[in-house]
Design a protein. Structure first.
Length: 548
């Protein structure tokens, strides 16, 4: 974990260490919960983890030997999302989520939205690909396999020689733009989703599966984000914007809506633990459906809109290494307000722009001492990293831009369990354990230059030149190839011999420990804590948003 920031007094180079959203206005949710065709013989099978849907068709009537077209009867997908037909050939459909998300950003799809009543041509192999596009433009690709007595799906488990053919519509519809994501995600408190929209799914016994239409926790409406395949259907509701450091293990259900005749194993007015993925079961008429519900909160000031001079507010959460040489400052352009971090150089000393959840130089090390890389070979040992935190997010999104000029930026988060609190006063017996990590490092801002296993996707640039990167937290051991491998996170000894050096090291955990602290680091030069970087490397971060 590398971060740096240097400041210089007169002709003396001072090495400090760098470190390692404006509110989103549009929803990023693009789940496909169910799709029904007039020609199907039974309920479709939805394999949400694999983004596959299997459809069994009735035997064709009359002289037809096979179904040439199918008609969309209803679609149940995320609120405000749109459905489109993929126009590219897909040689191989991946099985892991990161590759599926990557493919969704590469394929071309029709400009015309698919709607109820539209007909889709079935190709010879019986495989059609569709894309669900969120309100903000984020695509999610799905494979739909049709089978009937005369139409067999592709025998390959993960590939198809052909994608969709064409679609027909009995009614006019205005074209909708299908541009890439603008990088905006709507706050959980501003959207109330219903898993029942588009019609309820039928159970194998012929009845209707019960539905948790909406749920409100501590006065905030939960969002239906994703569907997981399991024993039946599992839907994931999450609340992302509760009060900072509220007790997530003791939250009241303040509102809930179920389908007619359904009952649930949680009740309005009662309090429950929503710190993890709580299983909630809804039953009706012998059928049941299982949901997961999770809650969390944002870090104060993580939209990076509030400043006091060149310091982010609240300064109880955020800090930087600005002293005489200012390499981190407020950014304001084109309606975007955020952090501007630029690597600078003076008299051969490199200073990386940086911002972090930390306290810079809490031990008051003098300027002349900090300027010596022999005395302070790792600038991170001048910083007390980590702030109190107690949630378990699934993802984080940064809205950012980067011009590296050959350098690499860092954006990463570590979730920690500490037996003590402040690393400045850390005792020999204190143990700091890594609970989860996620790390992005790139030379260009578009995820090129190295493999980043934690990356779910990086969007194209929006009108302001900003991209959105979504990272998934790895609980327990970091993913193989993560930049954390080339950091001092797991160092067993300090590089500096100074008594004021701060030990920020961690030991690897299995992910089951409670989260007590969070370490967020943003730096224009990934090796800045070792006084390495390229002058002029510029990192701008507009927003950071945790997703539960």
């Amino acid at each position: 974990m590398k971060y740096l920031k240097l400041c210089f007094a007169l002709t003396i180079a001072l090495a400090a260490c760098t470190a390692d959203y404006d509110t989103f206005g549009e929803s990023d949710y693009n789940s496909l919960n169910d799709i029904v065709f007039s020609e199907q013989s039974s309920s479709v099978s939805v394999y949400s983890d694999e983004h596959r849907i299997k459809v069994s068709l009735k035997e064709p009537s009359g002289d037809k030997s096979s179904w040439e077209f199918v008609t969309i009867d209803s679609v149940n997908m995320s609120h405000l999302a749109s459905l489109y037909l993929v126009e590219d050939d897909v040689d191989e459909f991946p099985t892991d989520s990161a590759s599926i998300d990557s493919l969704a950003h590469k394929v071309a799809y029709s400009k015309k939205e698919l709607e109820e009543g539209d007909r889709i041509r079935i190709p010879e192999d019986g495989v059609v690909y569709v894309v669900v596009v969120s309100e903000s433009g984020e695509p999610s690709i799905w494979m739909v396999e049709f089978s009937s007595p005369a139409v067999k799906p592709s025998s390959k488990s993960s590939s198809s020689s052909k994608t969709s053919g064409s679609s027909e519509s009995p009614k006019s519809s205005s074209d909708k733009a299908t541009s890439s994501s603008s990088g905006k995600t709507e706050s959980a408190s501003s959207e109330k989703s219903s898993s029942g929209e588009g019609g309820e799914k039928s159970s194998s016994s012929g009845g209707e599966l019960p539905v948790l239409k909406s749920i409100e926790i501590a006065g905030v409406a939960a969002v239906l984000d994703s569907v997981e395949d399991g024993d039946g259907y599992t839907y994931h509701f999450h609340v992302d914007s509760l009060g900072f450091r509220v007790d997530l293990t003791d939250l009241e259900v303040t509102d809930m809506e179920l389908s007619d005749g359904a009952e649930c194993d949680i009740e309005v007015g009662e309090r429950y633990d929503f710190s993890g993925n709580r299983k909630v079961t809804v039953k009706s008429g012998g059928s049941e459906r299982v949901y997961t519900v999770k809650a969390g909160y944002q870090l104060p000031g993580s939209d990076f809109d509030s400043w006091k001079g060149d310091d982010m507010m609240p300064d109880s959460i955020w800090d930087n290494a600005n002293t005489i040489l200012t390499t981190t400052k407020k950014y304001s352009s084109g309606g975007v307000v955020g952090i501007r971090m630029e690597t600078n150089e003076l008299l051969g000393k490199v200073a990386s722009g940086s911002a972090y959840t930390a306290v810079f130089n809490p031990n008051g090390v003098g300027t002349l001492s900090m300027a010596s890389s022999n005395t302070w070979p790792d600038g991170n040992e001048l910083i007390g990293f980590g702030k109190r935190f107690g949630a378990r997010p699934e993802y984080v999104e940064f809205r950012f831009s980067y011009e590296g000029k050959g350098d690499s930026c860092d954006l990463y988060i570590l979730l920690e369990n500490r037996t003590g609190d402040n690393n400045v006063s850390r005792k020999a017996a204190d143990v700091n354990t890594l609970v989860a990590s996620t790390w992005y490092r790139s030379t260009t801002g578009d995820n090129t230059g190295r493999d980043n296993p934690d990356v779910v996707y990086v969007s194209d640039k929006d009108a302001n030149g900003m991209r959105t990167v979504r990272l998934k937290f790895a609980y327990g051991a970091p993913l193989e190839g993560s930049p954390i491998e080339n950091s001092s996170v797991f160092a067993t000894s300090l590089r500096s011999s100074q008594k004021t050096a701060i030990d920020n090291s961690l030991v690897e955990g299995d992910g089951s420990d409670a989260v007590t602290h969070i370490r967020v680091v943003m730096a224009s030069s990934a090796a800045g804590n070792f006084y390495e970087g390229v002058k002029g490397a510029l990192l701008v971060v507009d927003d950071m948003r945790l997703i539960y």
